[in-house]
Design a binder for this molecule. Structure first.
Ligand code: BG6
Length: 473
């Protein structure tokens, strides 16, 4: 049991969503199993289907068994977790459901005599978020309308809006009901261990930071590749496309972590200030330069997927060259590449250093054969490798590339928290460091909007399934 955490009610909008079933409910169960939830908590699932508490408990039980089998342990623990689950049927756009929700919340509060500590989690399509926030406010459940001692927070899933305009609108609606300190915009990449480690790797070691700039670094590449397609998400992908789905959030957040200046301290605001400055320093992609710096692709067969238009020009792949026009990075290209149905599933950041001034030892045409690199693999492995040249055994003085490698799996034995587990706990205890701030969500959309605007009507290049996608020239 987590004695530092107040008793609270967790309200899960979209309780029957795929995300709730695969990630959220299993992560909540893991938190319970690890003793990270308070003594008393209630989880109220809210969704449209007309099912009751018992059916929701059965669904949750099945999801947890399917998606967190290693955590189950003693079945009686799963049973007692499920006793904390409740369900409210609601159409998110209509006010009636919120009255029932309020009643369900009040029942719990009266029963447990605690004040209303409430965490609302929106695992819903983006168009519904404004309705939910608005209705919470109208029903006295908004963060700003709290009248007793207690806390209220809202966690909002991506996509946070569809573009800058809708993100601004959503920010305004959210700000009407919740203070920014009560608002948690979630990007699950920020909960991944190797992503959180970027800050530690850069700023707890004296040897890397002096080299971390335009004088020594030649280029940086960020790859987020998946070896599967859009699965059953055709309808969503047709509206979203890869730039919005991956680059706007995961991609730009990885970039910001690599590029940011050291924060003045480790407060959430200090870290988020530095990330925001990165996005504001990105060289604008205008109509003149965007086509030189962006390639969009679509995997062959995408148009045959369910809910996809036969003449769709939605991108499932993007390669983008970005420049950070600030003192530290001016002139260094950042290559970001992400896509569906690529050759393998890998998320990796490669920092390539400049060559030494003279190339004595090897391949005269290029030093890239042994160029020094720091390779941060986020998944599937959680490793950091340093690549350098070593003398090939034998008489000749020639070099070959070799690697020194750190692997989370072999270096640490502690139990691994899943990204959602970690971020849910952060939201519960009130740590916003790994959540996206209002200004940054808007700055990220501004970058994506400028690319999309300039690429309007461009037909993405087809690429074969399980290839690496079209190259950026
Ligand atoms: C989600 C995207 O945010 O991230 C998906 O909507 C993508 O399209 C997923 O597959 C990737 O997450 P992970 O953690 O599996 O790399």
């Amino acid at each position: 049991m987590n004695r530092q955490l107040d008793n609270f009610t967790f309200v899960l909008f979209g309780a029957k969503s795929d995300l709730a079933s695969r990630k959220l409910l299993p992560s909540l169960y893991r938190l319970a199993r690890w003793g990270q939830l308070p003594e008393k908590y209630r989880i109220i699932g809210v969704a449209r289907s007309d099912i009751g508490h018992a059916a929701f408990r059965t669904l949750a039980r099945e999801s947890i068994i399917a998606h967190a089998p290693e955590t189950i342990g003693d079945e009686s623990q799963l049973d007692s977790f499920c006793e904390n689950l409740y369900y409210v049927c609601a159409d998110f756009t209509q006010s009636e459901g919120y009255v029932s929700l309020r009643e369900e919340i009040d029942r719990g509060i009266a029963h447990e005599a605690s004040c209303s500590n409430l965490l609302f989690y929106l695992s819903t399509p983006p168009g519904l978020a404004p309705h939910i926030i608005d209705n919470l406010e109208k029903n006295g459940l908004g963060g700003k309308s709290i009248t007793c001692k207690g806390w209220r927070k809202v966690v909002i899933e991506k996509p946070y809006g569809f573009d800058l305009e809708t993100a601004r609108e959503l920010n305004a609606i959210v700000a009407g009901a919740f203070h920014e300190e009560q608002t948690y915009r979630i990007d699950h990449y920020l909960g991944k261990e190797p992503v959180q480690n970027i800050l530690v790797f850069r700023f707890s070691n004296g040897m890397f930071e002096p080299l971390w700039n335009r004088q020594y670094i030649d280029n940086v590449s960020i790859t987020i590749a998946e070896d599967f397609g859009i699965r059953t998400r055709g309808a969503y992908y047709e509206k979203s496309g890869l730039l919005r789905d991956i680059i706007q959030n995961h991609g730009l957040q990885l970039l910001a972590s690599i590029v940011m200046e050291p924060p003045v301290d480790l407060s959430a605001e200090a870290v988020r200030d530095e990330k925001e400055k990165v996005l504001r320093s990105l060289r604008p992609l205008t109509t003149d330069n965007v086509r030189k710096n962006v390639v969009l692709g679509q995997y062959e067969g995408y148009r045959d997927e369910e809910d996809v238009a036969p003449d769709s020009i939605v991108e499932t792949y993007a390669a983008v060259r970005l420049y950070v026009d600030n003192w530290r990075w001016k002139g260094v290209p950042f290559y970001m590449k992400a896509g569906k149905n690529l050759a393998k599933r890998v998320t990796e950041i490669v920092i390539t250093f400049k060559c030494p001034p003279q190339n004595f030892f090897g391949h005269p045409e290029s030093c890239s054969y042994t160029a020094n690199q720091i390779i941060i693999q986020v998944q599937p492995e959680e490793t950091i490798a340093i690549r350098f040249g070593a003398k090939r055994p034998g008489k000749e003085l020639v070099t070959d590339p070799v690697f020194m490698k750190f692997d989370y799996k072999t270096s640490f034995e502690s139990k691994k928290m899943s990204p959602y587990q970690r971020l849910l706990l952060d939201a519960m205890v009130g740590d916003q460091m790994h959540f996206v701030r209002q200004d940054t969500v808007e700055s990220s959309w501004a970058v994506i909007d400028s690319i999309r605007e300039s690429m309007k009507g461009v037909v993405p290049e087809p690429y074969p399934v399980h290839s690496w996608g079209p190259e950026l020239k």
